[in-house]
Design a protein around this ligand. Structure first.
Ligand code: FRU
Length: 536
């Protein structure tokens, strides 16, 4: 049974009266063009994230088609409107002006005779290269993968191809191009997830596509006709799973005049802490070919560089375009893992996106490193702030006294000097004794995230495993920037040098945050913010 059949089978066996009636709700709302659910009715459920994007109901996976246009950030996403499990894929749709408050819109793309609509990207065709709009009223153009389940079930190989669709009203209504597919399958089973960008030096569109064990690059002058340029990656990076959702991004190395291209590649399994994860390569792209720099002269090219060490940040990519003067590369990922995405203990909806992040390319003396940090806009969610001054932590210290945490929505900024404590940790806990622990294992120079007793964990055999990441360098100082929502924790260490994004499902919100160590260590300072919900 193929991976896809397995996913689909799961959803079909669960298709029930409940799923059918939920469909009716979505359909009715879609027909009226209104937001599909009111926050009051749905957004106070157990585990429902309060400042992360979730679909109002049913199944979501990858973020798709992120594009900025007329002041709006568009977020499309892999969506099954019929069930809370993966199934026939559509593109769900939402828009936001600040990347925090989202307005749900009707489904943008439905499956058609060529197949279900898998992941892809979108751009605004300002020069009207495809001819779908005009220079005065440019079209928004989406490129996505057609996955033909029928052809797959008949045992054919080429069941994935690429199609395009366009919108002339800022993403509200979509027409599929009559000449689809625009890129047929070169006899590769996995041939998907086109990520488009305009390559100004050669005045052409480039698309990066995942083709089983490598990324294939194609070029086009009009988005309709595509020419194969090159392939990258068969002998580089991690290969224990299928390659998916590539994104090729041009970035300036922070504080320099140097430019590099960063290639993000998601990989279906074999991540640093198990299951699906995202690796990256830094290098050059000349309009035809991507070549990776030698990441670390001391390491072979096959050693992967991980974007996020947490288990729950997959299939992410960046927004196309942005507000005038905003040069940021803005990223969002799917906050789950194919190891257990279908089994997490939510019912009405399944899956959230990560926090939106700003990507940075930094020369840290060991080479060019891709870092990410939460977007500055998140500061608007702060309700109260409590500052804790410098002190020695010789006994468990309750940071909770500093802030109201009853809602369990927290942001923490913590600066530690771990000298003196072979192990120091932050424990997020509730009165039931459920806890998530972030540990700085100085003895082994590792960071660890332990969710083994975080709440519901038994829905999966692997969810409780302790996650870890190497602690690079020799410094004893650790700066932490942490976001806690109803069912997730995101830890940005040392300005995003190392990141953990992880789901947690506590029965009740964590209402205490305790700092402690196996020896006395220093707290240079901390600020604890209580955050508000975006739904109220
Ligand atoms: C990644 C992925 C993509 C595919 C989509 C299908 O999670 O497997 O490769 O396009 O999900 O929903």
């Amino acid at each position: 049974m193929s991976r896809w059949t397995r996913r689909l089978w799961g959803s079909l066996t669960l298709a029930s009266a409940a799923a059918v009636s939920a469909t009716a709700t979505v359909g009715a709302a879609a027909a009226s063009g209104a937001a599909v659910a009111t926050a009051d009715a749905l957004y106070s459920e157990q585990y429902r994230p309060q400042f992360h994007f979730t679909p109002p109901q049913q199944w979501m996976n990858d973020p798709n088609g992120m594009v900025y246009d007329h002041g709006e950030f568009h977020l499309f996403y892999q969506y099954n409107p019929y069930s809370n499990k993966w199934g026939p894929m559509h593109w769900g749709h939402a828009v936001s002006r600040d990347l925090l408050h989202w307005q749900h819109l009707p489904i943008a793309l439905y499956p058609d005779r060529l197949g279900a609509i898998f992941s892809g990207s979108a751009v605004v065709d300002h020069a009207n290269t495809a001819g779908f709009g005009s220079r005065a009223h440019p079209a928004m153009v989406a490129m996505y993968t057609y996955h033909d389940h029928l052809s797959e079930n008949l045992g054919h190989t080429g069941y994935e191809s690429q199609g395009i669709a366009f919108s002339l009203d800022q993403g509200r209504n979509w027409s599929k191009y009559s000449g689809n597919p625009v890129l047929t399958n070169p006899a590769v089973r996995d041939f998907r997830d086109p990520k488009l960008f305009w390559h100004a030096p050669t005045q052409r569109w480039i698309v990066a596509l995942a083709a089983a064990d490598h990324v294939a690059f194609y070029s086009s002058r009009d988005l309709r006709h595509w020419t194969h340029e090159s392939d990258f990656g068969q002998d580089q990076g991690a290969h224990s799973g299928v390659w998916e959702c590539p994104d090729l991004i041009s970035m300036q190395v922070e504080g320099t005049t140097q430019d590099r291209y960063v290639l993000l590649v998601s990989i279906g399994k074999g991540g640093p802490n198990g299951g699906s994860a995202t690796q990256y390569f830094v290098g050059h792209f000349d309009g035809h070919r991507f070549t990776a720099d030698v990441a670390r002269p001391d390491l072979p090219a096959s050693v992967p560089r991980w974007f996020d060490y947490g288990t729950d940040d997959y299939a992410g990519s960046t927004w196309s375009g942005g507000a005038r003067g905003d040069q940021r590369q803005l990223f969002i990922g799917w906050m789950s893992n194919w190891q257990y995405a279908t089994d997490v203990p939510t019912q009405r909806w399944r899956s959230a996106m990560t926090l939106p992040r700003e990507l940075r390319l930094v020369d840290d003396g060991r080479g060019y490193e891709l870092r990410s940090r939460p977007i500055a806009e998140l500061a608007a969610l702060r309700r109260t702030a409590a500052v804790v001054g410098p002190r020695v932590i010789a006994a468990p210290f309750d940071l909770t006294g500093a802030a109201k945490t009853h809602g369990g929505l927290l942001e923490l900024d913590i600066d530690l000097d771990t000298t003196g404590a072979p192990s120091s940790e932050l424990q997020f806990a509730n009165e039931r004794g459920e806890r998530t622990i972030f540990r700085i294992n100085q003895a082994e120079r590792r960071f660890e995230l332990d969710r083994s007793a975080s709440g519901a964990v038994d829905f999966s055999a692997v969810f409780a495993a302790v996650q870890s990441a190497p602690w690079p360098g020799t410094d004893q100082r650790v700066r932490l920037h942490i976001y806690l929502d109803q069912s997730s924790i995101e830890v940005f260490i040392n300005d995003g040098d190392t990141v953990f994004t992880a789901l947690v499902f506590p029965e009740a919100a964590y209402d205490s945050v305790v700092l402690r160590g196996s020896g006395a260590f220093g707290l240079n300072g901390a600020t604890v913010y209580e955050l508000g919900s975006v739904w109220r």
